[in-house]
Design a protein around this ligand. Structure first.
Ligand SMILES: Cc1ncc(COP(=O)(O)O)c(C=O)c1O
Length: 465
């Protein structure tokens, strides 16, 4: 059954074929086995508006993954378009070393005021991985410059994902993406993650048990090795690429205490969770925790332009602030650092958050998502388990036998089949292995949510019965 809504196609079938042929001939897509596309096409998107993408045939798809976890106010928001045009009329990209500009300055001020207390300085880069590289180098260099050069290792969690550059991969805990590159990576300490799927229920006591399981080895590590540890990097509350693993607030609170007690930097990677996705502006707010360093990207520009920031405390900044001859400068920067158009878009996005009371408005969508997941019959399906939600993110895992948690054999590629069938239902679903998830834009309405969940159920039934 095709349930596509259509808009008029922008291209003829011949034009579409020619483009897709060239796509195969010239383009290497990310995270993609290109052989899969030998006899099957990529979907060619020609237009986007609000929560919808439209392919070249005019078929409509819900962007349920917010265009790789980035989009916030929907595609084509008029205020964002206007901000881009206004900035382009004034000036486009300029160097951000030795020069500065109002959008970069104003955005830094607003971010310092919006982020958890204590984060006072903003270092720009241009994507999530670089924000993480900056955080790691900043922390490492800090300890060199305060007379503790032996504090030079990082702690990270099983299942963590912080990007694809080599520093970020060194603190990554997803075997599929990271294991191959081990010979190129720096050594760190990998610790268990407090995966809430292991909790018996959702009471504070259940959450504490899960947190404590993960904290026990960490406490031991810190007791023995804190003199060699620069920082601990975590994705607060929600570990995305590792499988939409949700973690308890009490873990983050205890982590903060341990970092303070052992003089270790707490690095919060909010590249994915920042700007409202979890129901609060920053995921750290669920635990009322302030990190020493915070990485932001993706939704920073409402998901429209590449931009990232690494924020840090004055204490860290001050360790770099000295006469040039002392060689304490942070020698790091990217060509597109602080791109003014991207900064102008980020400012416009923050204005929209205020003017449209986005965080308040989306609470009804979050509620509708909980309600739809509860009432749609998903929990009764013999192959679905671990239904979970935090804010606009929800996930569940597919099993051959959900009750006994017996996985599908990998060669069945269930997630991939669901991805393909999703297109037939007008959904961009992009499962992580056999984990199906939504990462909804903030503009999603309660009605959209119901429709998306119903369509997903139809996809599941067609693939799995
Ligand atoms: C938590 C987290 N950190 C870092 C990154 C890397 O961001 P980018 O893909 O922009 O390099 C991602 C990307 O998904 C992420 O989820």
């Amino acid at each position: 059954m095709k349930t596509h809504m259509r808009k008029q196609a922008l291209r003829s079938p011949e034009q579409i074929n020619e483009l897709l042929q060239k796509d195969r001939q010239y383009v290497w897509h990310p995270f993609t086995q290109m052989k899969d596309y030998e006899d099957r096409n990529h979907v060619l998107i020609d237009r986007a508006e609000g929560i919808f993408l439209y392919d070249a045939d005019g078929r409509q798809y819900y962007d349920t993954v917010s265009s790789w976890w980035c989009n916030v106010h929907g595609h084509g928001h008029p205020k964002i378009k206007e901000a881009i045009m206004q900035q382009l009329h004034a000036f486009d990209h300029i160097m951000f070393s030795g020069l500065t500009h109002a959008p970069g300055i104003e955005l830094a001020e607003r971010l310092v005021n919006l982020t958890p207390e204590g984060l006072q300085k903003v270092f720009y880069s241009d994507n999530g991985s670089t924000a993480v590289e900056v955080a790691l180098k900043m922390s490492f260099q800090y300890w060199q410059q305060v007379g503790k050069p032996e504090k030079n290792k990082f702690v990270y969690l099983d299942g963590s994902y912080h990007g694809d550059t080599l520093g970020a991969v060194s603190v990554g805990g997803v075997e599929q993406y990271h294991a191959l590159f081990k010979p190129l990576l720096f050594h760190g300490y990998r610790m268990p993650a407090p995966d809430l799927r292991q909790a018996k229920g959702r009471s504070p006591a259940d959450e504490l048990i899960v947190a404590e399981l993960a904290l026990a080895p960490l406490r031991e590590l810190l007791a023995n090795e804190a003199d060699h540890i620069a920082g601990i990097i975590v994705e607060p509350m929600l570990m995305g690429a590792g499988g939409m693993i949700m973690t308890p607030a009490c873990y983050l609170q205890e982590l903060r205490k341990l970092c303070t007690a052992h003089r270790v930097h707490l690095i919060a990677d909010e590249v994915a969770t920042g700007f409202g996705r979890t129901g609060k502006l920053f995921a750290c707010e669920h635990a009322d925790v302030s990190p020493d360093i915070m990485c932001l990207s993706k939704a920073l520009t409402a998901g429209i332009m590449p931009l990232a920031t690494t924020l840090c405390t004055n204490e860290i900044y001050d360790a770099f602030y000295d006469d040039y001859a002392t060689q304490k400068t942070f020698f790091h920067g990217h060509s597109f650092t602080g791109n003014p158009v991207a900064c102008a878009v980020a400012l416009a996005s923050l204005d929209i958050f205020q003017e449209e009371a986005v965080l308040d408005r989306m609470q009804s969508t979050i509620h509708a998502l909980a309600e739809a997941l509860h009432s749609c019959g998903l929990a009764e399906l013999p192959y679905a388990a671990n239904i979970r939600q935090l804010g606009l993110v929800a996930a569940f895992d597919l099993y051959q036998d959900a009750k006994n948690r017996i996985a599908f054999s990998a060669d069945r590629r269930i997630g991939a089949a669901i991805y393909e069938e999703g297109f037939e239902e007008g959904l961009i679903l992009r499962p992580l292995g056999d984990t199906i998830y939504y990462w909804l834009p903030h503009c999603t309405t309660p009605e959209d949510v119901k429709d998306i969940v119903n369509r997903t159920l139809r996809v599941l039934r067609r693939i799995l019965g």
